[in-house]
Design a protein around this ligand. Sequence first.
Ligand SMILES: Nc1ncnc2c1ncn2[C@@H]1O[C@H](COP(=O)(O)OP(=O)(O)OP(=O)(O)O)[C@@H](O)[C@H]1O
Ligand SMILES: [Mg+2]
Length: 304
Amino acid sequence: MTRTDAVNEAVSTLSGDEGDATRAGPSSGEAAVRTVVVSLENASVAVGGRTIWSQVSLEVQAGQFVAVLGPNGVGKSTLLKAVLGLVPVSGGRVTVLGQRAGRGNAAIGYLPQRRAFDPGTRIRGVDIVRLGLDGDRWGTPLPGWLRGAKGRAARARVAEVIDLVGAGGYAHRPIGQCSGGEQQRLLIAQALIRRPELLVLDEPLDSLDVTNQASVSALIQQVCRSQGVAVLLVAHDVNPLMPYMDQVIYLAHGGAVMGPPEQVITADTLTMLYGTPIDVLRDRAGRLVVVGQPDAPTDHRLPR
Ligand SMILES: Nc1ncnc2c1ncn2[C@@H]1O[C@H](COP(=O)(O)OP(=O)(O)OP(=O)(O)O)[C@@H](O)[C@H]1O
Ligand SMILES: [Mg+2]
């Protein structure tokens, strides 16, 4: 049994679940038939000859909203890149939408980490969204139906996703003049435009204030529910996500554990994962604070 398996088994034992915590379903209700969108089986990744994490096993189901948490440098972005097939696994297997990672990327919307537009950037939000169709981000040629006269269909789709994320009021402004929250909504619209089955978002809440962290989290949950899209979202602070997400993948100390947040973000589970004593406290506002992590000063930041 791997360490990840051991921790996951402990999570399910603590919670009294019948199954493995990695297989726990959405908290919003039991689906009659579950479809696995992302599966890692004893997967390991090494970058530059150094193992980042190893023997990670987990499953993300269709329509699940899953947050990926953990300290800086633990390999959260690397996990997303392994799912996208951008980083090869050094052991085990990563399967996405029934294919080896990297094969089915036309069905994935991806928002990479740290996107910032210079205030002088003139390109309009609507053009940024359109790039999600026209840009050759995945080595997939632009579908014929989007060229020429069919451009009207493309414009309609752009308008549709802009409406979906509520960006109509500022989509025609230069993106450099949009606020951080507005830019994030437009970038989420870009990631959604090809009707993905899986949305992979690397720190979309980064640099947003607390109000916008909550509203973007709510938007992502709404997309997840209304479009049936599975979401893998990296975050540093679990608190804005608590009302919206279904499951957590917590990466630490070269391993990972997955389960409902109330079962994973506990002193017992994190102590097992880190292999050193960890406390999980609640502040007066009910926010979770993880204390005692050896390889990061803090994980879940206090409100700014
Ligand atoms: N191309 C690379 N060459 C060598 N090491 C790399 C490379 N890319 C990432 N790493 C290392 O892999 C580890 C995991 O990086 P990753 O970006 O996945 O961390 P992260 O959890 O996303 O961190 P953060 O919270 O800061 O975004 C880090 O130690 C990083 O320095
Ligand atoms: Mg990262």
